[in-house]
Design a protein around this ligand. Structure first.
Ligand code: G1P
Length: 299
C-alpha cells in the first residue's frame, strides 16, 4: 500500500480557557488531566495511531507546559532508574514516539480560522489535519476517525473532510453545523456538504450535525482563510472559510463519528467533569473501585 499522503496535524491550543478559571489561570486547559493523562497527550496518541508523523501546535501565552510535556526528559528517566522505579518508565514511553513536534505562536487572538492560517508557512502546500487540542475523540481516545477521514480525502480527491456528531437541537448554538446535500444519506460512510454555519440558532440550524473537532484540508483552505472576514464573536471563523470553499465549488465531505464514539470536550466544567469521571471509571487499575465508591456516595 502507498504511504499515507496526509501526515501532518495542526493542533490549535492558543485559546485562553477562560471558561475553566481558576484552573486555567497559569496552566493550559490542554494540560488538564482526564484520568491519568493530560488532554493533549490523548490527542497526540490518537493521531499517531492514525498515521500522523508531524505535529504543529499553534500556541499562545502561557502554553509552554505543552512543549515541556512532549520533550524528552533524561533527568527524570535517570532518576526513575536510579531509584528503582523502572516500572514507571513505561508511563514516559509516549516521549519516544517517532514523530516531530513544531510550535508556533498565534500572536494575535483573532479566532480559530486565524490560528489555522498561522500554520501555512509550515504546512507548505500539503494537505493536513486540524485537531482541536481540547477535544478527545472516543473513550481513552481510541478513535480511528482521522485515519478514515484521510482515506476518504485521498480516494475521493476531496478539498476537505470534516468529522460530525449529532447534538441536541438546543446545543447547535455551540458548534459549526452542517447543511448536508439533500440526496445524501448522512448515516452512510460519508456525505457531501452544501453549506456549513457557525453557531446558528436552533430555529435556523440546517441540521443537528455538529463539527466534532477533527478536519482534513487541502491547502486551498488557506486562500479562503485569507479572505474570511471576522464572523461570530468578531473572530475569524474556520467554519466561514469552509463555507467559502464550498461556494467556490470545492468538494467538502462530512463523516459522522460512529455509534458509541463520542467527543469529550474539555472546554467547560460540566463536560470536563463528565470526561474525567468516565475516563477514571474506565481505568484498568482503579475503575472498578471508583465505581463502588460512587455507588456508596449515591446511597
Ligand atoms: C470550535 C469551532 C466549531 C466546532 C467546535 C467543536 O468552536 O468553531 O465549529 O463545532 O470547535 O469542534 P469553539 O468550541 O472553539 O467555540
Amino acid at each position: 500500500m502507498a504511504d499515507q499522503v496526509v501526515d501532518i496535524a495542526v493542533v490549535p491550543v492558543a485559546g485562553r480557557g477562560t471558561r475553566l478559571l481558576p484552573m486555567t489561570k497559569s496552566q493550559p486547559k490542554e494540560m488538564l488531566p482526564v484520568g491519568r493523562k493530560p488532554v493533549v497527550q490523548y490527542v497526540v496518541e490518537e493521531l499517531v495511531r492514525c498515521g500522523i508523523k508531524r505535529f504543529l501546535f499553534i500556541t499562545g501565552p502561557g502554553k509552554t507546559a505543552i512543549e515541556n510535556h512532549f520533550d524528552l526528559n533524561p533527568e527524570l528517566i535517570q532518576m526513575l532508574r536510579e531509584t528503582g522505579k523502572e516500572e514507571l518508565l513505561r508511563e514516559l514511553a509516549f516521549e519516544r514516539a517517532a514523530v516531530d513536534y513544531f510550535y508556533t505562536r498565534q500572536r494575535r487572538q483573532l479566532g480559530l480560522g486565524h490560528a489555522v492560517l498561522c500554520a501555512e508557512p509550515m504546512v507548505d502546500g500539503q494537505p493536513f489535519v486540524v485537531a482541536l487540542g481540547d477535544s478527545i475523540i472516543g473513550l481513552q481516545a481510541q478513535s480511528d476517525i482521522v485515519a478514515r477521514m484521510i482515506a476518504v480525502f485521498e480516494t475521493e480527491k476531496a478539498d476537505a473532510v470534516i468529522a460530525f456528531e449529532t447534538v441536541p437541537r438546543e446545543d447547535v448554538i455551540y458548534y459549526g453545523i452542517a447543511e448536508p446535500e439533500k440526496n445524501w444519506d448522512t448515516n452512510g460512510h460519508f456525505f457531501a456538504l452544501k453549506g456549513i454555519i457557525e453557531k446558528p440558532s436552533p430555529e435556523t440550524a440546517p441540521s443537528c450535525l455538529a463539527v466534532a473537532a477533527r478536519y482534513v484540508f487541502s491547502p486551498v483552505i488557506f486562500t479562503h482563510l485569507k479572505h474570511t472576514k471576522p464572523g461570530k464573536g468578531e473572530e475569524i471563523q474556520l467554519t466561514d472559510a469552509i463555507q467559502r470553499l464550498i461556494e467556490s465549488g470545492g468538494k467538502v465531505l462530512g463523516m459522522r463519528l460512529p455509534e458509541g464514539e463520542r467527543r469529550f470536550d474539555i472546554g467547560n466544567f460540566e463536560s470536563y467533569f463528565r470526561a474525567f469521571v468516565e475516563f477514571a471509571l474506565a481505568d484498568e487499575e482503579y475503575g472498578e473501585g471508583l465505581r463502588e465508591y460512587i455507588k456508596h456516595l449515591m446511597r
